[in-house]
Write a protein that binds this ligand. Structure first.
Ligand code: F6R
Length: 608
């Protein structure tokens, strides 16, 4: 989604803004722009496209100056275009503004401004802020920003720069993340600390309805009433090593390869080696609370919702609590059905997803208990929920989720076991799983080492226009997630189904041109899956089976095999998803797709 960067200091602003935009680009964007204070004017350059393509054509002389703002836009109000890109300006060119979020009373304010003679040039809600600020500014930026907070509704992070005060950036936060940083003689502001980590020594997380004045002398925080606030700054400790792809050609491949270590860290952090108890210290719920839970709703969007499908199964099977997945956008808080015995688990990589956040707020209002299973601690959902489970996967840059998906599965399994323990029934399950959990990172490593098999399959299927993915039990989620990975990065239409559903409709699609990826699994599920694979083969379908390394039957029934180590059935989805991630990656690469930033997608979706 959109990204913000602002700089004021002694050096040239432009290179820092361009670098900041590049560091924010993992969020997904369709246009980018900068504004720099130069010689008494605010010079704007912006357009749709990638910063790598835009920045070289910008006039560095005209953009020479020591303060400015930059932005990556992911279109919500108006198509991607030069005129709709940020920064937006008022008619006189006195004010420039960059904006993340949505202005809800956009229409009313636009009409009011138009009635006063303002002519709008863009379709964006952001332009309203530029005109409004220009009219409200009488020399005191805090007073103008207070008016903005009072008159505007919705979620918005804003940074303004006024021609009359070129050394002052004015930041306002409502709903979308914003951080201000400083070092000697330098002030910065951004929507993500990674954009300023190379230039700021210390940073302040801006909170709801705060106004921050950023100058070369540092940052000054004010409340919505204008009063100065004392806010502690923290050292900027962003791990720079994670900012590089290293030897990997794409973030996605790097993140796939990080999974063994990330999962090993998670197992080590979560299981007390002495007493064998699951450590989830920030749950905010006592054993008595957990024992009293009568129902669990797992809420997430996209890939996170598939993790919830798996989580719901784990809650029912291991903790004996009825549980279901609800897509964030479909969650309805029926007050009479909620209350303190209902646990709503919000699952999200970014912690910013608007639909998931809205579900949490609705659940809270109806008295339910809430826990977030999240990868970003400083996030909106983290602030809303009653308890927190850190997925601990580190920053995920590729828009398509990989390492966070497996981190979500493991975190949800452990949460289900923790609830089981509180209900006096998780001990045996955890004891049985312990050796398998310890062996999990190695099994994932072996699955990654099977990449050559995946490359062969990719060669066979990369020209397909449609694909099917089928699985049973916990691997139903793997099938749906595998199809999601394929469609989002390769643009092949792929659908995932519970394998038993195949003959109730989708089998009509089966043909040699529509490859079917079948997750064979183990035990009874495997017996049924082998029958399903035969059904596909009987209709001349091409079958790629994800099967145990020693599964001789799989070799007899399937056309191609993606071999995986055999692990405990609860951990199998974490291993089985690996060849599907790699397959999507290889197919997308063969098709020449933009793997890390697929079209139309954003890394964090902060609109409903
Ligand atoms: C797919 C993907 C998306 C996200 C979804 C929710 O690879 O990443 O489907 O899972 O947009 O995002 P978060 O997890 O940030 O709430």
């Amino acid at each position: 989604m959109c990204g913000i960067i602002g700089y004021v200091g002694a050096g040239e602003a432009l290179p820092i803004l361009v670098e900041g935009i590049r560091l924010l680009s993992y969020r997904g964007y369709d246009s980018a722009g900068v504004a720099v204070a130069h010689d008494g004017r605010l010079v704007v350059e912006k357009d749709k496209g990638r910063i790598e393509d835009l920045a070289p054509s910008w006039d560095r002389q005209k953009l020479s100056g020591s303060s400015g703002i930059g932005h990556t836009r992911w279109a919500t109000h108006g198509r991607p275009s030069r005129v709709n890109a940020h920064p937006q300006q008022d008619a006189a060119g006195d004010v420039v503004v960059v904006h993340n979020g949505v202005l809800e009373n956009d229409i009313a304010l636009r009409e009011e401004l138009e009635a006063a003679g303002v002519k709008f040039v863009s379709e964006t809600d952001t332009e309203v802020f530029a005109h409004l600020y220009a009219r409200l500014f009488r020399g005191d930026p805090v007073a103008a920003a207070r008016e903005i907070l009072a008159r505007c509704h919705g979620r918005f992070s804003l940074v303004f720069l006024h021609r009359a005060q070129p050394g002052t950036l004015v930041a306002v936060r409502r709903g979308s993340p914003l951080v201000a940083g400083y070092a000697s003689g330098v002030g910065l502001v951004a929507s993500d600390v990674r954009a300023i980590a190379g230039h700021a020594d210390r940073a302040v997380e801006i909170e709801e309805d705060e106004i921050v004045i950023v100058t070369r002398d540092g940052v000054a925080v004010h409340g919505a009433d204008g009063a100065r606030k004392d806010r502690a700054a923290h050292a900027v400790t962003y791990d720079d090593s994670s900012l590089g792809k290293g030897a990997f050609p794409h973030w996605m491949l790097k993140e796939i390869h990080e999974q063994p270590d990330r999962l090993a860290d998670l197992v080590a952090a979560r299981i007390d080696p002495v007493h064998g108890r699951i450590r989830l210290d920030e749950l905010g719920l006592t054993d008595a609370d957990l024992a009293g839970i009568e129902r669990v709703d797992l809420v997430g969007c996209g890939t996170a919702s598939y993790a919830c499908m798996y989580g719901a199964r784990a809650f029912e099977a291991l903790a004996g609590v009825p549980a279901r997945m609800v897509p964030g956008s479909e969650f309805e808080a029926r007050a009479e059905l909620l209350g303190p015995r209902r646990l709503v688990v919000a699952v999200s990589q970014s912690g910013e997803t608007a639909d998931t956040h809205a579900a949490v707020e609705a659940a809270k209002a109806a008295g339910a208990r809430t826990v977030g299973v999240l990868n970003v601690r400083a996030s909106r959902i983290a602030r809303s929920v009653g308890g927190f489970v850190d997925i601990h996967a580190g920053p995920e840059i590729c828009v398509a989720s990989t390492k966070v998906y497996t981190g979500m599965l493991l975190s949800l399994l452990l949460l289900a076991l923790r609830v089981a323990q509180a209900r006096g029934r998780g001990g045996a399950a955890l004891a049985a799983l312990r050796p398998a959990l310890d062996a999990l990172p190695d099994a994932v490593r072996r699955a990654i080492a099977g990449h050559d098999h995946v490359r062969e399959v990719a060669r066979e299927v990369h020209r397909a226009q449609n694909m099917l993915y089928i699985g049973r039990g916990p691997d139903h989620a793997t099938a749906v997630e595998g199809a999601m990975k394929m469609k989002e990065i390769s643009y092949i239409h792929a659908e995932g189904y519970a394998a038993g559903e195949l003959k109730h409709g989708p089998i009509a699609l089966v043909s040699w041109d529509v490859p079917t990826v079948a997750l064979l699994g183990q035990g009874d599920a495997r017996t049924k899956m082998l029958a399903n694979v035969r059904e596909v083969r009987a209709r001349d379908g091409l079958v790629i089976a994800v099967a145990g390394e020693d599964d001789a039957d799989a070799r007899k029934v399937a056309d191609m095999i993606l071999p995986v180590p055999t692990v405990d059935p609860w951990l199998a989805p974490l291993v089985h998803t690996i060849p599907l991630q790699l397959l999507a990656y290889d197919v997308a690469r063969r098709r020449g797709c933009d793997i890390d930033q697929p079209r139309n997608l954003a890394k964090s979706v902060t609109v409903q």
